[in-house]
Write a protein that binds this ligand. Structure first.
Ligand SMILES: [Zn+2]
Length: 326
């Protein structure tokens, strides 16, 4: 296996073997699509693949040492371009037009030019159609690397023109070890978050590097503890979920993860990852938790349709309370 990939990208051994083989003989397909949930490392891997595609070494690509690799990993390579949507915003047709013009310009110093398109699941259908035009007849010198959380959100005409590689979360213990190494936290704390986020290193890193994110997790846990007891407390926690739609949606995602943790504990008989919820398991039936998770999903859809966020939160809390009365 390529040693740079082996040491700089955790887990995903089979995928790393495949990519090492493809990169070492310079046989990367002109369109690569990396699929995996947000936080699993797709963008990091996209940058490593881009470096491998332009690496000047004879075999072990990326070598991490040649001038091209050095530029690639310091994000200053003129032939690696990155486009992506920011925080759930749509990826518009204007950006794709810019990408199309950039693709037709010959590479600056390498034989190829790599264009990384992050989070293409946020692309509007018009933007995907515009991208399709260049996918059908790509310039010889271009390699596209796309990342997305779910390929079903893309037009089949796009996905059928790319090689799809699936990036997985890490095994829980590997993820926990990495958290201990990076943040010096205790084993127990690292394991709790690694388990809660199912080995998603990106999400766990956010927990230890972003205080607001940690606060939201704590509020979600407290929301669960108050469910069926104190609707006012539930509602007041949601008022910290954020002011803008993307922040509220990402907080709802955490709320869902915390309820899913409780669900595994209720159905599996183990303690929840969140130790604070250990005394709550008897109050919930698995059916109630399933219904609550459905309510959270419906609320997320309402927010995506721009329903007023305070109204959406009030209605979510009221509906969850009524499930608890059953
Ligand atoms: Zn190199």
């Amino acid at each position: 296996m390529n040693s740079y990939l082996e040491h700089n990208f955790l887990g995903n051994d089979t995928l790393k073997q495949t990519l090492s083989g493809v990169l070492s003989v310079g046989r990367l397909f002109h369109a690569v699509l990396l699929e995996g949930e947000s936080g699993c490392g797709k963008k990091t891997l996209a940058r490593i693949i881009a470096a491998g595609a332009l690496c000047q070494s004879n075999s072990d690509k990326p070598c991490g040492e040649c001038p091209s690799c050095k530029k690639a990993f310091s994000l200053t390579h003129p032939d690696i371009l990155f486009y992506g949507s920011q925080s759930n915003r749509s990826f518009h047709i204007d950006t794709v037009r810019e990408i199309r013009s950039a693709a037709y310009v010959a590479p600056n110093e390498s034989e190829k030019k790599v264009i990384i398109l992050g989070d293409v699941h946020n692309m509007t259908i018009q933007a995907q159609n515009a991208l399709l035009k260049i996918f059908e007849e790509p310039p010889e010198h271009v390699i596209f690397i796309l990342t997305c959380d779910n390929i079903t959100k893309l037009l089949p005409t796009i996905t059928s023109r790319a090689v799809i590689y699936r990036v997985k979360n890490l095994p829980v213990l590997v993820c926990a070890d990495e958290l201990v190494k990076r943040f010096g936290v205790t084993d127990d704390e690292a394991k709790m978050y690694a388990k809660l986020f199912d080995g998603n290193l990106g999400e766990c890193i956010k927990v230890f590097s972003d205080e607001e994110y940690r606060d939201i997790i704590w509020r979600c846990i407290s929301f669960v503890k108050n469910t069926g007891k104190n609707e006012y407390a539930m509602l007041s926690h949601t008022s910290y979920f954020g002011e803008k739609q993307p922040q509220i949606i990402s907080s709802l995602k955490i709320l869902k993860i915390v309820f899913a943790d409780l669900f595994s504990a209720v159905t599996g008989g183990d303690n929840p990852c969140c130790a604070d919820l250990a005394n709550e398991t008897d109050r919930f039936s698995s059916l109630q938790i399933t219904e609550i998770i459905d309510i959270i999903d419906v609320t997320r859809d309402m927010l995506l349709q721009n329903v007023n966020s305070s109204l959406a939160m009030c209605s979510m809390c009221a509906e969850i309370q009524s499930v608890m009365m059953k």
